[in-house]
Design a protein around this ligand. Structure first.
Ligand code: F6P
Length: 527
């Protein structure tokens, strides 16, 4: 038996889960439930009243977190201990948004000054691009920034630029090319003028196959236009922690933004990887995003656990996954601007906590990270909500929304919100079948957590993302896994390299099914 399932708090939670009643009954038992199971901080209201968590469950969940040594792991993170043990690295994304150095006494003033130096570089380049000082090879100013990167070097900046699109007032438009599919980048480049385009080649390692392929394509596109090697420097910057590889690729040293190995790829949007954000929205807006994340960091490290948003959200997820047996998580943003949030969280959560070997090298005997998926409301209502209401799987939902303060159409915003309220109620309360029509029954009792932002500003978005980062960290601590490595992505990378591009001669050690597939493709492509 593992170090987790034999904890008394774990076992008590199992008993509490077995005897739990319907969620709606909890509201009858506690008339103040709506307030008692809701906390707010940093402009974010976390409402977990529509779950089966009652006072006894919450208490045991908090005890479980204590038993799993959450407090010392939080301190270890803050002090820059190498909590990414398999890679022997500190995990210090909190330092990236600590602009006033509030935590610097813990993680070190050396790190603080390195971060401020890179922020100054980010400000210098992004502002030059925005104010027209940065000129293309023929003297034109930059009208579009094309980010070439994948995973953490793509999803964060892409999600933020999309969520805060209303803040782009006259800045360059940001595009994101990630897929190695040879059509992705060319589709983006169609209609763009190379003389007004700046590529940001973003890769922590500067070895990622997809990014390197697209970077070569970008260079070829520029060369096809200019037929002059010296044009490249005016149209390419690199963002990386592997400065050597970027220089070797031909990036001018003055056009290099760097960051550090202690910034995990999926936690890197706060670093110079955020260049497209600063270029499109402005460095000031980028700083507001950092400040919002720091607001949440301060809350996380100082608030009582029973009021602590990341800890509560994490524990609610543990309750659903480990004790109620609900192993997926649907994230449903009720804002079009937050449409990319589920995709972003998919990497953040599943690459962090999709692990089955614990920190002691033992196989876990409990569920870890859920399968996270989602799409924005109200679109989802007309697609997969049928299954969520009446299917056989229970999928806990996290419904995320932000109020529109300035809108030309407040009535339509209210219609969207009315749909959100309706769904949150319907999932939990359900509805009995009409006489003789069993198919009209909504069983209800489907947990949903509502994460509400009082407005969608850079600061609030920063806080929201940091809320999720810390949630995932807390869950990793409870599951005793290392949330900061990603060994599960290596095998596929190695095999793809071994297979290469000559399909007539694949490695013999592949399985017969894959060999047959390759042979069919080779025949189709060469006949
Ligand atoms: O393959 C997974 C991964 O390593 C992610 O963790 C990372 O965000 C992504 O690839 C991109 O890596 P890089 O920034 O080094 O190109």
């Amino acid at each position: 038996m593992s170090t987790r399932t034999n904890l008394p708090s774990w076992q008590k939670l199992e008993a509490l889960a077995n005897e739990r009643g319907a969620i709606s009954a909890q509201f009858r038992e506690d008339p103040h439930r709506a307030d008692n199971f809701c906390s707010a901080a940093c402009g974010i209201r976390l409402d977990y009243s529509k779950t089966a968590i009652n006072a006894a469950v919450r208490e045991q969940l908090l005890t479980l977190a204590e038993d799993c040594k959450l407090a010392s792991m939080m301190q270890a993170m803050r002090h820059g201990d190498k909590i990414n043990s398999s890679e022997q690295r500190a995990v210090l994304h909190i330092a990236l948004r600590d602009r006033q150095g509030n935590f610097a006494a813990d993680y070190g003033s050396g790190i603080y000054s390195q971060v401020q130096e890179q922020l100054a570089n980010l400000a210098r380049i992004s502002e030059a691009v925005r104010n027209g000082q940065w000129r293309g090879h023929t003297g034109k100013s930059i009208r579009q920034v094309v980010n070439i990167g994948i995973g953490g070097s793509d999803l964060g900046p892409r999600m933020v630029c999309d969520a805060l699109r209303d803040y782009n007032r006259g800045g360059p438009k940001a595009y994101f090319a990630s897929n190695v599919d040879e059509t992705h980048l060319p589709t983006i480049l169609q209609g763009l003028n190379p003389e007004e385009t700046l590529f940001s080649i973003s890769s922590k390692t500067f070895t990622t196959q997809e990014t390197m392929c697209n970077a070569r394509l970008a260079r070829a596109w520029l060369m096809a236009h200019y037929q002059d090697d010296s044009a490249i420097a005016a149209h390419c910057i690199a963002v990386t922690s592997n400065v050597e590889a970027a220089t070797e690729f031909g990036i001018d040293a003055a056009n290099l933004l760097s960051f550090w190995e202690w910034v995990g790829g999926r936690f890197s949007l706060w670093s110079t990887i955020g260049f497209p954000i600063a270029a499109a929205l402005g460095y000031e807006r980028f700083c507001e995003l950092l400040d919002g994340a720091h607001d949440m960091d301060q809350h996380f490290f100082s608030a009582e656990w029973a009021e602590n948003l990341p800890i509560l959200l994490a524990l609610a997820g543990i309750w659903h996954n480990n004790f109620c047996g609900y192993h997926t998580l649907g994230v449903i943003p009720y804002n079009d601007a937050l449409s990319l949030l589920p995709m972003y969280l998919q990497q953040l959560d599943m690459e962090s906590n999709g692990k089955s070997i614990d920190r002691d090298g033992l196989a876990v005997d409990y569920a870890t990270g859920p399968v996270l998926w989602g799409q924005n409301g109200s679109n989802g209502q007309h697609a997969f909500f049928q299954s969520l209401h009446q299917g056989t799987q229970v999928v806990p939902l996290e419904i995320v929304f932000a109020l529109h303060r300035e809108t030309n159409n407040p009535q339509q915003h209210r219609i969207l919100l009315a749909n959100l309220f309706a769904q949150s109620n319907a999932f939990m309360a359900g509805q009995p079948a009409a006489e003789g029509e069993p198919y009209t029954e909504y069983p209800g009792d489907k947990p949903n957590i509502v994460v509400a932002l009082d407005e969608l500003t850079p600061r609030r978005l920063g806080a929201l993302v940091a809320l999720y980062e810390h949630k995932i960290f807390v869950q990793g601590v409870v599951w005793n896994i290392n949330s900061f490595d990603q060994w599960g992505v290596q095998l596929g990378k190695r095999l793809a390299n071994e297979i290469g591009t000559d399909f007539s001669n694949p490695p013999a050690n592949l399985d017969p099914g894959t060999l047959a597939l390759i042979a069919w493709v080779d025949h189709q492509l060469t006949k």
